[in-house]
Write a protein that binds this ligand. Structure first.
Ligand SMILES: Cc1cc2nc3c(=O)[nH]c(=O)nc-3n(C[C@H](O)[C@H](O)[C@H](O)COP(=O)(O)O)c2cc1C
Length: 368
């Protein structure tokens, strides 16, 4: 089968993509000092023929962190590290977007040198969720999340400001786009979901109130980048990390309409079954999102193959797909799709942490 639609160009706002094969954001936890370095330059540059690379989730501040060895974008050294990654991707003719991350309650005081508590919409523990911490003896591993502290209303503008500053640094580092991570049960989705948000101020209660923080963040990032260089990731219906929501569909529709009105470059939906949930999105839902987010690019993610994406585009339900695990194991994924070649299998034991092994040493077709 040939994938003419998948391999055809598209615009994400101001950015021209040569194809619709997007590299999904993938945390790899290989930045012990929170600064991307030479290994990250090699890894991302190897994948530069993706239509667009979306970076691993990147902490916008110290409070935003829930996992050790993940990179940040809140110090000069982190910004300089990212600039070198961006330069390496651009030198290889690629395009790269930074995913802005705040974990909210998926954290633990052990992650922070000053022992600060994780913050969240409400002081409700993420049941069954784990944070990645460093223990006193220097070893690292998963640890149950801590009960968070509810953000005070007067602190919320500071959180928005952290996103804005992160976008300022992303722009200076040369990123083509910025993606607001409002998916996967992290801070912004914790605000949107009824199960994690029991606030009684302007950021809780009604659907519009629960959407307020994510939209304020989007507006702040738009102020910096321009709407045509901003995307967002949502994961309606997802139930990982103890998240529950009584109104996921209504929230998804509301967000799609609000984001469309703002002229956002793209909307990225991570489907709920990617992490083992049995809930599956229907084509009716995808179509309803397409109708509401009519002007920007719409992409989906989670168990997509080249064939499935080709059909998605042909059916008018989306403009492309992001590929996660396939990109871990196939630096030349676009070329493999073009040649209809078999894919390398990813090794989950090297997903998080470690060194070049399982990171920059997956073979390309031409190595064979
Ligand atoms: C190792 C690993 C790390 C991930 N890190 C992130 C991340 O940093 N940000 C994010 O939004 N999603 C993250 N995800 C989810 C992926 O972006 C993607 O949604 C998921 O893997 C489903 O796509 P796939 O079936 O093509 O792998 C991660 C997934 C994996 C397997």
């Amino acid at each position: 089968m040939s994938y003419d639609r998948l391999l055809s160009p598209i615009k994400f706002g101001a950015v021209e993509l040569p194809n619709r094969v997007v590299m999904a954001p993938l945390t790899r936890a290989r930045c012990p000092d929170q600064i991307p370095g030479a290994m990250q330059q090699t890894y991302y540059a190897q994948r530069a023929d993706a239509g667009l690379i979306i970076s691993e989730a990147t902490n916008i501040s110290e409070s935003a962190r829930g996992y050790v060895y993940t990179p940040g974008i809140f110090t000069d050294a982190q910004e300089a590290g990212w600039k070198q990654v961006v330069d390496a991707v651009h030198a290889a003719d690629g395009r790269i977007c930074l995913q802005l991350w705040h974990v909210g309650r998926i954290g633990h005081e052990m992650v922070h040198p000053d022992g600060r508590k994780p913050v969240a919409p409400s002081a409700l523990k993420a049941e069954g969720a784990q944070s990645y911490v460093e223990f006193e003896d220097g070893s690292s591993g998963l640890h149950d999340t801590a009960t968070p502290r509810a953000l005070e209303t007067k602190e919320i503008p500071d959180v928005v400001e952290e996103y804005r500053q992160a976008a300022v640094r992303a722009k200076r580092a040369g990123f083509d786009l910025v993606e607001v991570h409002a998916a996967n049960a992290y801070l912004l989705q914790q605000f949107m979901a009824t199960g994690s948000n029991q606030r009684t101020d302007a950021y809780g209660g009604s659907l519009a109130n629960r959407a307020r923080l994510p939209l304020e963040v989007v507006d702040a990032v738009i102020d910096v980048m321009g709407a045509d260089r901003v995307g967002i990731r949502l994961s309606p219906f997802i139930e990982i990390f103890g998240l529950s929501d009584d109104e996921p569909k209504a929230m998804a529709f509301h967000m799609a309409e609000e984001l469309n009105a703002r002229g956002l470059a793209y909307l990225h939906i991570n489907e709920p079954d990617w992490a083992g949930d049995d809930i599956q999105l229907t084509d009716d839902f995808r179509q309803a999102m397409r109708d509401r987010f009519a002007d920007g690019a719409l992409i989906f993610c989670g168990h997509y193959t080249a064939e499935r994406t080709e059909n998605l585009i042909a059916d008018g339900l989306g403009d492309g797909a992001a590929f996660g695990r396939p990109y871990i194991a196939n630096p030349d994924l676009v070329e493999r799709f073009r040649r209809n070649a078999t894919l390398n299998e990813p090794d989950p034991s090297t997903f998080y942490g470690g060194d070049e092994h399982g990171y920059t040493d997956y073979p390309r077709l031409d190595d064979a």
